[in-house]
Design a protein around this ligand. Structure first.
Ligand code: ADP
Ligand code: MG
Length: 239
């Protein structure tokens, strides 16, 4: 994925000012930054939940900011996991996982169910296939949300503060699933305040502030030896 000179305005408010970066296949990129710095807006532009105001986002040689691009295809290819799991509470876990493949991909029902069970196994929740979201803990719901995104067989997974809404004792199980996904070679872009996770799992860390990438590099560079005053000040607050 190649992002060039991305800008995003909401009316008069310029939220992303000039974002350029590359994300390589199999890379795990963690985005850090204070609240309001544009992290969520950036992720939302990457799968076209928001339209970019200017700039290009190239994925597999396709400019997904183009007006005529097939947005369903873009979203099939780029999975997203949110802070609030957004599961359908009136459906059991298996139906939550099968919904998008059946509706958007016109998948075969038997195949969709097999894949759903395989993805549940991957997040270690196969025994919850028939449960309803209300019967699950927050950590289990988020693992189901990850499995649901994986059912679309995306090439890239975006995570927007996936553990921020969880009780502390459930953070670890979700990070463990994400760590396994990274080890399996998934390309991942993760907004998180979990600095320990970033240090351990990220290939690259991006620090954003005020709609810009202020600093990027390896976890060692950005987290252990930050150069920019704004990065240093942010890390002093969260570490
Ligand atoms: P972060 O995720 O880093 O906290 P956001 O991307 O959510 O930052 O928000 C960046 C800025 O954009 C904030 O000032 C926020 O109020 C504003 N913003 C986000 N979404 C919208 C929207 N749909 N309409 C207007 N302003 C928005
Ligand atoms: Mg956000």
């Amino acid at each position: 994925m190649s992002v060039k000179k991305l800008r995003k305005c909401f009316d008069d408010l310029e939220v992303l000012k000039d974002i350029s970066t590359e994300v390589y296949e199999g890379e795990v990129v963690v985005i850090l930054g204070p609240s309001g710095s544009g992290k969520s807006t950036f992720l939302r532009c990457l799968n076209r939940l928001e339209d970019a105001t200017a700039g290009t986002i190239i994925v597999d040689d396709v400019d997904i900011t183009a007006k005529k691009v097939n947005m369903n295809k873009v979203r099939e290819n780029i999975g997203m996991v949110f802070q609030h799991f957004n599961l359908f509470n009136n459906m059991n876990v298996l139906d939550n996982l099968m919904l998008a493949p059946l509706e958007l991909k016109k998948a075969d029902k038997k195949e969709a169910e097999e894949r759903a069970r395989a993805m549940l196994k991957r997040v270690d929740l196969l025994e919850k296939a028939d449960a309803y979201p209300s019967q699950l803990s927050g950590g289990q719901k988020q693992r189901v949300a990850i499995a649901r995104a994986l059912c679309m067989q995306p090439d890239i997974m975006l995570f927007d503060e996936p553990t921020s809404a969880l009780d502390p004792e459930m953070v670890g199980e979700v990070l463990a699933v994400m760590k396994q996904l990274a080890a399996d070679g998934m390309t991942m872009i993760i907004v998180t305040h979990e600095i320990g996770f970033a240090r351990e799992v990220a290939d690259r860390v991006i620090f954003m502030d005020g709609g810009y990438i202020v600093e990027e590099g390896t976890p060692k560079e950005v987290i252990l030896n930050p150069k920019e005053p704004r990065t240093i000040s942010f890390l002093n607050k969260v570490l």
